[in-house]
Design a protein around this ligand. Structure first.
Ligand code: IP8
Length: 256
């Protein structure tokens, strides 16, 4: 089984509040279906989450009554994206159910902890793909917080023990500098903990969950015995399909 995160940057237009990139999401779901490989999908929130979460500092927990309406709205918007994604998967013949992280997890002082994993386990047992995502989750200490799709990836990796973990983003992989602003930036085909120290963050987006640097750290945490973690560009048609078929593609691989 392969665990895939479809990043918010590929399934939404991150510059516009709540703009679903239907064409790209449909193509990626088609590539997954066409590969015939068993997968579990997690997705990011993109402009359904980060725009409002940042404006109201939802990631820092409750500090102001003004945040309450915004926290509810961010959760609602993240669920809306979840429904769009599961519909797209089902249109491609993949039975899927959207599971908001708050259904199965709680937060304790900013840390996500399992509460009741039965909904996820029961869906998987029935052959219905549990699709989780970055969302607002209630926090026992801080009132609420944000769990990122990357954190959900780590939890799902623990539960499902995938052979491979794939992050689908809008860049070819990890670079020595920001490839969107620096023409000398070079792709790093493989990295480990040592390499990570030498590269600057390539994030140029307003992510409340930390962008690419955090992603690389969580990729390293997910590498294990015989399991690599790959970052690929999902905006290039056919690349995800090739990777799932075991072909060599442009990407960055994290290894222990
Ligand atoms: O897009 C963030 O999840 P991510 C979740 O995976 C929200 O970082 C609601 C901002």
């Amino acid at each position: 089984m392969i665990l895939i995160k479809l990043g918010g940057s590929v399934i939404t237009d991150k510059s516009q509040y709540k703009k679903f990139d239907r064409e790209q999401a449909e193509r990626l779901c088609r590539e997954i279906a066409e590969s015939g490989v068993p997968v579990i999908i997690v997705h990011g929130a993109g402009s359904f989450g980060h725009v409002l979460a940042k404006k109201y500092s939802i990631q820092n927990g409750y500090t102001d009554p003004e945040q309450v309406q915004a926290a509810a709205q961010v959760h609602h918007d993240a669920m809306e994206l979840g429904m769009l994604m599961t519909q797209t998967l089902m249109d491609n013949g993949i039975p899927a159910a959207s599971v908001s992280p708050g259904t199965c997890f709680v937060m304790e002082d900013g840390r996500i902890v399992p509460d009741n994993l039965e909904p996820i386990e029961a869906l998987a047992k029935m052959g219905i793909m549990p699709v989780t995502f970055g969302d607002v989750v209630m926090d026992r200490t801080r009132g609420f917080g944000i769990v990122s799709g990357d954190q959900m990836m780590e939890l799902m990796a623990e539960m499902f023990k995938p052979e491979r973990v794939v992050f689908v983003s809008d860049i070819d992989g990890l670079y020595t500098a920001n490839p969107k602003t620096d023409p000398d930036a070079e792709l790093i085909p493989e990295f480990d903990a040592g390499t990570l120290e030498q590269v600057s963050s390539v994030s140029d987006v307003d992510d409340v969950t930390g962008g690419v640097r955090n992603k690389m750290e969580s990729m390293l945490r997910m590498c294990g015995e015989g399991r690599d973690c790959v970052l690929i560009n999902g905006t290039v048609p056919g690349r995800l399909l090739s990777l799932l078929r075991g072909e060599d593609v442009t990407c960055t691989v994290a290894r222990m």
